[in-house]
Design a protein around this ligand. Structure first.
Ligand code: ADP
Ligand code: MG
Length: 555
């Protein structure tokens, strides 16, 4: 067999070009990315070995070694994780992988139109988002990946200078796993210093569950604590450590908005370390997006694709749960409808909602930020999860015709007008459109607050909720949304004089004749103050926006 040449996917070439020119950014993130990959690779194999212990052979202890070769100006990051075969190398290191680098490219496109030079923007983004494996090219002008997949005999050598192509060739390797060999650029030779490496690892990767050793340069030392972070007590973990751990488990690059670390004890025992992100992921509403909580059993990683562990409407929550009660040899299939998992799920939902309620009460501004990011997802829960409807309605926040801030339903009900019996809302595609609607005129004139709903999900949860604190939800586009019983504010505009019925009857008759079947009826209204006409739906008919949405989907 001989050497094969492959071109990088176009996006990878573009990414590599940016990475290579990131001259002034904090290059040490390459170490965070490569150690994170090594740790993921060990987690994957640890799981497979539960059912296939033979995969571990005589090398059961997972570890990461960072070896310094001063003379050769090389740095090697080696793991004994799952390894990659030929196809894995082509697929994983030649295209943009899902998380880190994909997010980076996405943000890059989004930031295109803002000010500053191209390079400055790219630099600040790399620091924030990381570029995964490709960060290796920030410090190296040549990268070799020597890998052998667990359970396979063949090893492969992947080589690239990061300039459009990589090569693949059969190779020799004693054990399983992956060696990433970095041929350091001249301006990166300071990474050949053991003390420097140790302090970087301590900074970014202290929470990594496996031992990380730095060898060479006359030393061999373990540079991290290697204890699963979530097993430590809260008081032993700093905010920074939580943040770095969050970035690692969630493949995220922002700071957590909230961190929940707890141990549930009693009939079933588990530890949870959950994070709510402070930024909204770009694929939040992508139907393929899976819930991303990692499941561990007694410190062993089982899966990060367990749909059972949190409901879909909490899919923005990141982190992990570690169960003491599930059997270690549980297969991913066995996780479905598992009674222990059902209990864990209920416990986690309660914790998350409890935390949100606390934040909503203590810091309304911060809670507003959360709501703007993830409120639309929580509303799915109102619709899907009858059991959580009450607490979720309490957590919900809305724009309304009263001011620019967010209001809760309790706020709304608390300031309802005398004689007002319903919670009025208007829904549409944008705040701008709904707040200009002629249908609001009558409500404004009477000083009646109206909620402005602009999320598509609003059309679904509203009909599923009968009442809040005894008050019905009512669309202003409904014919029966009757304002006559509401007493006008003293300071509100005086009620317009009833239009003279004379002549109006003729006009209405004329309109009915010309509009024919396009409308059910034409009626005289006291609801409008400035506009001449508006469209409304008949009481009991479908809300107008819902009808439009369904029509779009040909239902
Ligand atoms: P991410 O880690 O976000 O998926 P990366 O660019 O860091 O993206 O890595 C791309 C992929 O390459 C990983 O998802 C993994 O499949 C593979 N990979 C990288 N490093 C290793 C390694 N040390 N061992 C096994 N697979 C690896
Ligand atoms: Mg990675």
């Amino acid at each position: 067999m001989q050497m094969e040449r492959h071109g990088f996917q176009a996006e990878v070439s573009r990414l590599l070009d940016i990475v290579a020119h990131s001259l002034y950014s904090d290059k040490s993130v390459f170490l965070r990315e490569l150690i994170s990959n090594a740790s993921d690779a060990c987690d994957k194999l640890r799981y497979l070995a539960l059912t296939e212990p033979g995969l571990l052979k005589d090398d059961p202890d997972f570890k990461v070694n960072i070896t310094i070769d001063k003379a050769g100006k090389k740095l090697t990051i080696a793991d004994n994780g799952i390894g990659m075969n030929r196809d894995d190398l082509i697929n994983n290191l030649g295209t943009i992988a899902r998380s880190g680098s994909a997010k980076f490219m996405e943000e890059l496109a989004a930031h295109k139109s803002t000010g500053g030079t191209e390079d400055q923007k790219n630099l600040s983004l790399i620091g924030q988002f990381g570029v995964g494996f490709y960060a290796a090219f920030m410090v190296a002008d040549k990268v070799e990946v020597l890998s052998r997949k667990a359970g396979e005999d063949a090893a492969w050598l992947w080589t690239s200078d990061g300039k459009g192509e990589f090569t693949l060739a059969p190779a020799e390797k004693a054990g399983r796993g992956t060696d990433i060999v970095l041929h350091l650029r001249d301006d990166a030779s300071d990474y050949l210093d053991a003390g420097r490496l140790a302090s970087i690892v301590a900074k970014y990767s202290d929470h990594i569950q496996l031992p990380i050793h730095v060898t060479g340069d006359g030393e061999d030392r373990k540079v991290n604590q290697a204890a699963a972070l979530w097993t430590r007590s809260k008081s032993d973990v700093s905010e920074e450590q939580y943040r770095d751990f969050y970035r690692h488990v969630a493949h995220a690059f922002d700071d957590p908005w909230a961190t929940l670390h707890f141990k549930a004890e009693g009939k079933i025992e588990y530890t949870g370390l959950l994070f709510i992100p402070s930024t909204k992921p770009f694929d939040l509403f992508n139907p393929d997006r899976k819930q991303a909580l990692k499941l561990y059993v007694k410190r062993v990683f089982i899966t990060d694709h367990c749909e059972e562990v949190l409901p879909h409407w909490l899919r923005f929550v990141k982190g992990l749960v570690d169960s003491e009660d599930l059997p270690l040899n549980i297969s991913r299939e066995m996780l479905q409808q598992n009674p222990i998992l059902t209990k864990i799920r209920a416990g986690l939902v309660k914790r998350v909602l409890g935390e949100l309620a606390k934040k909503a009460e203590n810091d309304a501004a911060a809670y507003g930020e959360f709501w703007n990011n993830f409120g639309a997802v929580l509303k799915e829960g109102i619709y899907e999860d009858a059991e959580q409807r009450e607490p979720l309605l309490k957590l919900a926040r809305f724009r309304s015709t009263k001011g620019d801030g967010l209001v809760s339903l309790a706020d709304y009900v608390g300031r309802m007008k005398e004689g007002q019996n319903a919670i009025y809302y208007i829904s549409g595609d944008s705040l701008e459109a709904v707040s200009k609607s002629a249908q609001l005129e009558g409500y404004r004139a009477k000083g009646v607050e109206v909620l402005l709903l602009t999320d598509p999900i609003d059309e679904f949860w509203i009909p599923s909720v009968e009442k809040f604190e005894g008050k019905e939800f009512k669309s202003v586009t409904r014919g029966g949304a009757d304002l006559d019983q509401v007493k006008a504010d003293a300071d509100a505009k005086p009620e317009e004089k009833k239009p003279a019925a004379e002549g109006i009857d003729n006009l209405i008759a004329l309109m009915k004749l010309s509009l024919k079947d396009a409308v059910k009826d034409v009626r005289l209204s006291s609801r409008l103050t400035d506009s001449a006409v508006c469209l409304v739906a008949e009481e009991g008919d479908m809300d107008m926006r819902l009808a439009r949405l369904l029509k779009q989907h040909r239902q």
